[in-house]
Structure formats: C-alpha cells, structure tokens
Ligand binder design. Sequence first.
Ligand SMILES: *Cc1c(COP(=O)(O)O)cnc(C)c1O
Length: 427
Amino acid sequence: MTFSVPDTSVRPEGEAPGLTTRLVHHAYQPPAGFAAPQPPVYKASTVIFPTVAAMRAREWKDKTSYTYGLHGTPTTYQLEERLATLEGGAQCLLVPSGLAAIANVSLALLRTGDEVLIPDNAYGPSKALAEVELRHYGIRHTVYDPMDLADLAARITPATRLVWLEAPGSVTMEFPDLAEQVRICRARGVVAALDNTWGAGLAFAPFDLAPGSEPLGVDISVHALTKYPSGGGDVLMGSITTRDQALHLRIKLAHMRLGLGVGANDVEALLRSLPSTALRYAAHDRAARELARWLQSQPAVVQVLHPALPGSPGHEHWQALCGPHQGVQGAQGGQGLAAGLFSMVIDERFGQDAVDAFCDGLRLFKLGYSWGGPMSLVVPYELASMRERPTPHLKPGTVVRFSIGLEDVEDLRADLAQALLGAFGGA
Ligand SMILES: *Cc1c(COP(=O)(O)O)cnc(C)c1O
C-alpha cells in the first residue's frame, strides 16, 4: 500500500524536526481503505489546500471540494445529501437549529420594503423573529389564516416575497390545504417555504404534493432536525432543502455570510439516528393516535386536535396528503402517517389552575418544549396571547399539547388517567 508521508525535513543535514513539530506534522499516515457502517467524523475549522493554486481555485458553490470548516466537511456533506434524499430535494444546508433555518431563509430572501406572510398558527419563535428583527430591517409581515385560502390569496401583495407554510400548526394542529396554498404562491410568483418539521419528510413529500398531476411542490423545506431525525432530545440542528440550484445558492451565500456552522459531533449524532427515523416516527404515531382517541372519551376533554382524527380541523387535507395510500410511506402504513404530536382542549369550566394541576400531576410526561424524543412531554398553552385571528374551529377552553415518546402506551394512558382524575375529578 502506498501513502504519502509529509515532508518535514526542514533542518539541515537531515536532522529530525523537534518533538512538538513531529507531534503536529507526524510522519505516520493510516492506510487508506478503512470502512465501517458509520461515516467518519471530520472536525475542522481549517481545511488544508495542497497548493496555492488549489487554494485560489477553491469552489464553495457545490460539494466538489472543501474551503473552510464552516462551509462543509465530508461529514456535513454526507448528512446534507441524506437529508435531501429524505425530503425529496436536490440541495440541503445544515444550520445550528430549526429556528436558524427559518432565520437563514428569511434573511437570504427578504430586504427592506419586502413583505413576508406567516400563518396564524405558526411556530411561535418564527413569528417573534418577524415581529422584532425583520421589522427592524423594514420588512413587513402579515399573518394569514392557514385554513382560509381566500385570506392567503388576498394578503399577497406586489411586495410579498415569501410565504411561510406549516402543515399542521404544531400547537393547534390545523392541517391546511397545502397543495392549494402552494398553487396560490406559484400563481403569484412568490416563494413558498414550508416548515416541514411535523412531516419530517415521511408523512408527505413536500416537493411532490400532487403525484400524478402537474409537478407541484414547495420551493423550500426547512426542518428542525432537533425533533424526529435526532430523536434523542439532545441535539439542536436544522436543515434547508431546495430543488432549485439558484434558490439554493442565494440561501447558501447568506448562510456563509451569517456564519451558520454546525458541530461535527452533532452531525455524527444525526447520521447515527437518521436511518431509524421512519421506524421511530411510525411508533410515535401509533401511540399518539391511540392516546388521542382515548382522550376523546374523557369527560374534561372537549376537543382533541390531531389531524388524523376525523373532525379535527383540516382532517380532510391530512387525509388527502398523508392518509392511507397517500404520502411517502402511505402504501406501507395503511393508516397513513402523522407525527406523535397532538393537543387537547380542556373544558372552559376548569380554570388555568386546574389545567396546571393536571400537567403538574403527570408523572411520566415531563414539562418541556420541543418534541420527537423518547420521553413524552406536555405543555399547557395560553392561546389568547398566541393568535391574531379568531379560532371558531377550536372549542373554548385551555389547550394542552402532548408529544408522545417511546414509553409503553399503557403506562402513558395510566399516567393521563391518574392526572385527569386528580385535577378534574370525575369531570
Ligand atoms: C422545534 C421547531 C422549530 C425550531 O427548531 P429548534 O431546533 O428548536 O430551533 C421550528 N419549527 C417547528 C415546527 C418546530 O417544532
């Protein structure tokens, strides 16, 4: 086997370099040809060029070479390519969080005088970014009703450059007519960016929303890998997937200028958990649907918000996109696919104190944000402070959201039962 030995002979008369020099520039090179199931973890800020000519000819626009750790290593390139495959896109960029993905897209595509549209049930911090930073930069945002196509169409103006979409909203779980929303954006020449964290590239194909008919897909899919692809509740990362090279480059340039790098250890964790995402997603889904159906029969619960349950807001749109024999895995599931996330509305005759007591009374469900990990989580929400538009489709009461983990579903049911009884009695 041949491998190149670095030339470290800088001292006269062949004298060996000093000890520290030899530790930094060591002569030993491991043999090539090592193979193992997991991709190697390359850690780098500095990337070494073989010659000045190579340094000058550096190419950062695609994955043909390397320039600087911030702009990609073999490890990050591999995760990006796998995520592009998962989401059905052509290019993918990694960012330090799901929220950073949203910020990167907005900062890349919007400038002073532009407008961005955000659904009223959007991920909260995405709205906060528009309300503070974007506004400071002279970028206006308008909130639209995700369940009213006419409202979306009416709010697009000549200044609108970007429409954010979510399917479903991750607290109140309304599932919009995503394909029609994208058609409206397309007809008006506005970029449609989906926060695809819930679908995770599994429940439906964001770049192929109307299989069989004319090609129809979002322009951009951002994904909080923090949730299902990580699956551990221990890694923060986001991705931005596109199918259009020019759009990808606009976002990538902003990504470089903003310095949105990711850590190699986090990428390693994602590369390890990614192959099991579909299995875990299906398991979270099964358990969540079982518990959501059971909660429908509980007297204190006036509404269960889960897009796969008939009667839940936008259920018909979930059915059309993710239902049996739709979506990416539809042929396998038979039940369609949904994430392990749902909410319930507690009857308004119980006050916030009783709802807080219910959440505090849970023993296996823990109080905490985020979702997609092995541990079941619960969060009570004060909807009034979160929405600008009326929500007639939601029954009056207090919204409590669950992320169903991987515990035994019978244990989770027993935990819910004891906490319901403790907080609301026989209701
Ligand atoms: C969690 C989440 C994000 C943000 O992801 P982070 O990695 O926590 O920043 C964005 N959108 C949705 C829908 C989310 O659930």
